[in-house]
Design a protein around this ligand. Structure first.
Ligand code: BES
Ligand code: MN
Ligand code: ZN
Length: 497
């Protein structure tokens, strides 16, 4: 995708489509006002006659508008002007671009960048424009039979700016947004692939592909015999019931020297619950239980693609959690790589069992910070729904840095506490800890379990159980938290304007 900026009037630009917006109560956005004037009041007339709606989620495409050089005008509803924010900008731009994918439109000009939006800037609007373009174009087709859908014609998106001085910022934003979009698309694609395709070995091959393609990247795959030698018996207990070999993926991107950021992603390519079998309803969605892995892999791709000056490591314990003759049984006790023993009271609390060994492995890199990302608990969906990622950890600074990054990137997280009162419930009569505590505060207790393996390293835990995918009619992976994590890296690397 190409991006460009312009300060000229939307009505004067020859292109395939201009996107303009209208607010409630007949208020026109800047682009709409220009089109209205050039077309002798067409927009206002169509609002009056009820042919154009200002409601969010509405988009109409007008053709051959007199006095306008563009072939089409896409009119999107922006809702109430007083509450119009960056997320509405992104949603409106996505909607307009998606509506255009069924046309031959190649070059499109977005005038919504002219709207006054609180708490944002040309840089972020450039970024959200690029992300909207990718979102509008993304189609999952890898396992669809028949004829593959034709790729949309959209090749170039312009942003109308009020002042020329914003051009570089908007373009820089679009460049970063394009990198983020590539990372999100990888995360979504891996998430959406069924578990009979996206196995631990498949994810390992994807990681190796990234290492071949990008500079300063190396990849190492650790197989089960070496995991045994390393003492990763907690991780190995999860893979005991399946014939799919587990893979421990170590990706390194050396864009800078100094202590690294280590990202760890839960890569359970399918979670049946193991012997603590899950109920059948909706179990297919447990193919998304590797979205922590795809999220950190996507972030890694973005960092390498944008050549960010960061020292980044990504660790992915990838396994399948199945019942079977060799599968772990409730009550089994294993010794984690850290030496701490764990009584596995519920084989469905498997994410923490693979993450804890990855956290111990991470110590060899002397991380500056370590962040794990996981679809860890159903309780997180109950607590925060599908809007906020749960943020926990042992460093308030790190947690709040991630929360702020999420706000700027429109990929939000919300802090949850950890503490001794919760941690107590993990007590076991037979091991150093159990892998489950009480049912209440399940997300926090999972966080407490992981905290026992952070041991002095600044660590944060992102529970993305509610945010990594959408259920229902629009079922599919979201690409989150690639925007939040990339924003975190961009800030650390001093790459934000
Ligand atoms: N992958 C699941 C968590 C999950 C469930 C995410 C539903 C999104 C939607 C995880 O491995 C799991 O099964 N967790 C258990 C933990 C419990 C046994 C303590 C859960 O949440 O029920
Ligand atoms: Mn589980
Ligand atoms: Zn799981």
């Amino acid at each position: 995708m190409q991006y460009f900026t312009t300060t000229s009037k939307a009505s004067r630009r020859a292109c395939d489509c201009v996107i303009v917006g209208i607010y409630d109560r007949g208020k026109l956005g800047a682009g709409a006002a220009d089109i209205d004037a050039a077309s002798k009041g067409l927009i206002k007339r169509l609002i009056k006659s009820g042919d154009l709606s200002s409601a969010r989620g509405q988009c109409r495409i007008l053709h051959d508008v007199a006095g306008v050089r563009a072939k089409r005008v896409a009119v999107v509803g922006l809702g109430a002007a007083s509450s119009f924010r960056a997320k509405h900008f992104t949603a409106a731009t996505t909607l307009a671009l998606r509506s255009l994918t069924s046309t031959r439109s190649r070059q499109v000009l977005n005038t919504l960048t002219l709207e006054p939006i609180k708490d944002t800037s040309a840089y972020y609007l450039g970024r959200f424009t690029a992300q909207a373009g990718a979102e509008a174009l993304y189609r999952f087709s890898a396992t669809k039979g028949g004829r593959k859908p034709k790729a949309a014609a959209l090749a170039s998106i312009g942003m109308t700016l009020a002042t020329r001085g914003d051009a570089n910022k908007a373009k820089r934003g679009a460049e970063h947004g394009d990198g983020i979009a590539h990372g999100m698309n990888l995360a979504r694609e891996l998430g959406n692939l069924p578990a009979n395709v996206c196995t631990p070995s498949y994810i390992a091959r994807e990681a190796q592909k990234i290492a071949r393609k990008y500079a300063k990247v190396t990849c190492k795959i650790i197989n089960e015999p070496e995991m045994k030698r390393l003492g990763m018996h907690s991780l190995l207990s999860v893979t005991a019931g399946t014939v799919q070999p587990a893979k421990f993926i170590v990706l390194q991107y050396k864009g800078a020297t100094g202590k690294p950021v280590v990202l760890i992603g839960k890569g359970v390519t399918f979670d049946t619950g193991g012997n603590s079998l899950k109920p059948p309803a909706g179990m297919d969605e447990m193919k998304f239980d590797m979205c922590g892995a795809s999220g950190v892999l996507g972030t890694f791709l973005t960092a390498a693609k944008l050549k960010l000056p960061v020292n980044l490591k990504v660790l992915i314990p990838a396994v399948e959690n199945l019942p079977g003759g060799n599968a772990t049984k409730p009550g089994d006790v294993v010794t984690s790589m850290s030496g701490q023993t764990i009584e596995i009271l519920n084989t469905d609390a498997e994410g923490r069992l693979i993450l804890c060994d990855a956290m111990t492995y991470a110590r060899r890199f002397k991380p500056d910070v370590m962040i794990d990302v996981a679809t860890l608990t159903g309780a997180c969906v109950i607590a925060l729904g599908h809007h906020h990622t749960g943020v926990m950890g042992n460093s308030d600074t790190l947690s709040s840095t991630l929360v702020s990054a999420g706000v700027r990137a429109e990929d939000r997280g919300w802090p949850l506490p950890l503490g001794e009162e919760y941690e107590r419930t993990l007590k076991s009569n037979f091991a150093d800890m159990a892998n489950i505590g009480t049912r209440e505060a399940g997300t926090i207790i999972a966080g407490c379990f992981l905290s026992k393996f952070a041991d002095g390293i600044d660590w944060a835990h992102l529970d993305i159980a509610g945010t990594a995918w959408t259920s229902g009619k629009a079922k599919g992976a979201s690409g989150r938290p690639v925007p939040m994590l990339t924003e975190f890296l961009l800030e650390r690397a001093g790459q934000l304007p």
